[in-house]
Ligand binder design. Structure first.
Ligand code: RRO
Length: 314
């Protein structure tokens, strides 16, 4: 099968990448993603203007039986300049288009970082994370439609490089209508859906205790637990966004069949978070092989033949 993906002006040779936050905080992790022959790209850990330690430990927990993960990492990162230096040093050393993720905590942080990207020699894509659920006291920006619209309006007064947004999951069709209506007004290159389902709670049955320390145990849920929500978000946004806006499907991918399901719903690229954190970098080769098997069994040779081909019951 041919797993290449056309994505606006960019071409990816493979369909898979990491989800931001997983295996992408340090340069040596990013190097692993870049060198892996089964990734089409990488995205850097969401950065803030200056480095952050993140929330107190334990702040990540993997449930048994590959059910999923919970995290309240709190945006630990080496700071904007570290990741800008990384993408600038590597963008011409690879044929993989890169994604640079930023997540300002205040609106002005985002504007400042985007001004610096605009002024830099960076030629890749920028992913604006509007959905971090884990900074105490800071709501997820993309649940505030008015604030999101205002931010995008200001960004596109000066930002001309390829930009996308990382969205939180939505759960109401009226909310899909509302966010799509906002996003369709701007020359966005892509959306990435979904971030973790914010503020879940996991309990250790032995001790009757939460499994992570920050926020008294509340944290973002990923993995198998979120697959149905992720597929619904990819599907609902593909039905509403203008065709020029590509979609990165993220959420609940543990097998090649899960990737295929994302593509059926309209995903262009597919990102792997929890499974990558649990299984490590070898997950890409396994899942790619499984995807190729599904495509072969179905008689498909390209992803374009599968994309958006979900059947409904008439
Ligand atoms: O660092 C985090 O706690 C984090 C972020 Br910024 C995010 O966007 N999603 C997530 O699950 N964790």
């Amino acid at each position: 099968a041919n797993l290449s993906v056309n994505f606006g002006n960019f071409t990816f040779n493979k369909v898979l990448l990491n989800a931001s936050g997983v295996l992408c905080q340090d340069a040596n992790d990013l190097d692993l993603l870049l060198a892996n022959t089964h990734t089409g790209s990488l995205v850097t850990k969401s950065s803030t203007p200056t480095a952050r330690e993140g929330n107190p430990l334990p702040r990540y927990f993997a449930l048994s039986d590959q059910m999923g993960t919970i995290n309240s990492s709190g945006l630990p990162n080496h700071g904007f300049q570290y990741y800008l230096d990384y993408v600038l040093a590597n963008q011409f050393q690879t044929d993989k288009p890169l994604f640079f993720s930023i997540a300002g905590i205040a609106k002005q942080d985002n504007l400042d970082m985007l001004h610096k990207i605009q002024a830099s020699d960076y030629i890749g894509l920028t992913e604006l994370n509007l959905s971090c659920p884990n900074v105490p006291g800071k709501p997820q920006m993309a649940y505030d439609f008015h604030a999101t619209a205002t931010l995008l309006a200001e960004i596109f007064t000066f930002f001309t490089k390829p930009l996308g947004v990382k969205l939180p999951p939505y759960f109401d069709l009226a909310h899909f209508d509302e966010i799509a209506n906002i996003l369709n007004q701007y020359p966005l290159h892509f959306v990435n859906t979904i971030n973790s389902i914010g503020n879940g709670l996991v309990i250790d049955p032995e001790t009757d205790t939460v499994v992570i320390k920050p926020k008294e145990g509340f944290g973002g849920i990923g993995g198998k637990l979120v697959k149905a929500t992720a597929l619904a978000n990819v599907r609902a946004l593909r039905q509403r966004l203008k065709p020029e806006i590509n979609i990165i499907g993220t959420g609940g991918v543990t097998t090649g069949r899960d990737v295929y399901d994302h593509i059926l719903c309209g995903a262009d690229l597919v990102a792997i978070g929890s499974t990558l954190s649990v299984e490590g970098i070898s997950a890409f080769e396994r899942i790619e092989n499984e995807l190729e098997q599904v495509m072969t069994d179905k008689g498909y040779e390209t992803l374009d033949q599968c994309r958006n081909q979900l059947n409904i019951i008439e």
